[in-house]
Design a protein around this ligand. Structure first.
Ligand SMILES: [Zn+2]
Length: 365
């Protein structure tokens, strides 16, 4: 509703700092807001009229719809727009960035707000919002009254959100708890697409449950397909340094044009295990065999070095669990190179015979 201010703001703002931004709380008195942020440098009288603070003073009018304060957000000279209620307390706040932030980097810019976004009682929804026919993600923090954070994205297809989507700004409001429709089969967000008729949403917005893209985890850029069966478990190495993180692999696989990380399980050098693609979905790790296999990757490059014993032990334990779960014999555990002959994955230094022997031994126990 305040987005028309964007044009005016492109030229405004003159503060430069490199700090992450702390936002005032809703309900805060105007005095405190202006102590913290200085006087408003731009004033919005109504839907279409904007004034500099000087013009506004010269006009001599009392009440404006919203006040814009300079808000340095790291390298960006952004603006904090505030609307006050009759008691001069902050009723809504909106941040319009002089730039944009990827969802996955949001924490670095707004650490306080990020913590709320990922809290356990937060819930994400997708709405159709005015004035742009654009979806926004709303985050709920379940108290008697709720705060909703509506995000404005830069992407042309607002139905396609993932952790790489770029945020241009957001609005924080407070109100009674909302009900979120869904999961609604006809209006459900499936992967990248809004599945079903868009139609017109009511003016107050219809909210549908959606993935909370701010929570640490994996998001997939397209719809994943359930696997019909599981008759082999394929073992890989990442062929990347042992310091490689799941996010690194996710980024690499997204840049391959895949829906996201292609393995189902990742085993790191310290023995920790992370989930990749949901176990019941078709992976992207062994060409021609993805529809019938689970993929486990050991992070490291085992053409350069051997996996350490902690990592091997963890991988063996995980593999055994999966064999038992899917009622498969040890013979169904294959090195990637046995499925695709153009690779030496999981690496020439991976002790395959030793690994399989260990599985046999422990399977009997
Ligand atoms: Zn492989």
């Amino acid at each position: 509703m305040l987005l028309c201010g964007l044009v005016v703001l492109a030229a405004a703002g003159a503060v430069q700092t490199a700090a992450a931004a702390a936002l005032p709380a809703l309900g805060e008195p105007r005095k405190l807001v202006e102590q913290q942020h200085g006087p408003a440098y731009i004033v919005q009288e109504d839907k279409i009229h904007f004034y500099t603070d000087q013009q506004w003073r010269e006009l001599g009018r009392k009440r404006a719809k919203a006040y814009g304060y300079p808000l340095p957000v790291r390298e960006m000279n952004s603006t904090l727009w505030v609307e006050y209620d009759a008691q001069e307390r902050m009723a809504t706040q909106m941040v319009i960035l002089d730039g944009n932030i990827k969802i996955r980097n949001f924490e670095r810019y707004f650490p306080g707000l990020y913590a709320d976004l990922i809290a356990n009682d937060s819930a994400a929804a997708v709405i159709r919002s005015y004035p742009r026919d654009q979806f926004a993600v709303g985050i709920r923090s379940g108290q008697a009254s709720e705060r909703w954070v509506r995000f404005f994205f830069t992407n042309d297809d607002p139905t396609c959100l993932n952790m790489h989507s770029r945020i241009q700004g957001f609005e924080i409001t407070e109100g009674p708890p909302r009900t979120i429709a869904g999961p609604d089969k006809t209006k459900k967000i499936v992967g990248c697409r809004f599945n079903g008729e868009l139609g017109e949403f009511p003016a107050d917005g219809t909210w549908h449950r959606a993935d909370n893209y701010f929570r640490p985890g994996l998001y997939f850029s397209e719809r994943l397909i359930p696997r019909r069966g599981t008759d082999i478990v394929v073992i890989h190495h990442a062929a990347m340094p042992i310091t490689t993180s799941r996010d690194d692999i996710q980024d690499l696989h997204l840049s391959n044009g895949w829906a996201g990380v292609g393995y189902h399980k990742l085993v790191f050098a310290d023995g920790s295990v992370a989930d990749g693609r949901p176990e019941q979905m078709v992976g992207a790790h062994a060409f021609g065999a993805n529809r019938r296999s689970l993929g486990i990757v050991l992070v490291g490059d085992f053409n350069r070095e051997r996996p350490n014993s902690v990592q091997l032990e963890s991988a063996a334990r995980l593999t055994l669990e999966l064999l038992k779960k899917y009622r498969l014999p040890v013979e169904k555990v294959l090195p990637h190179r046995a499925v695709n002959t153009d690779t030496d994955c999981p690496g020439r230094l991976f002790p395959w015979a030793e690994f399989v022997q260990r599985l046999r031994r422990e399977m009997k126990e």
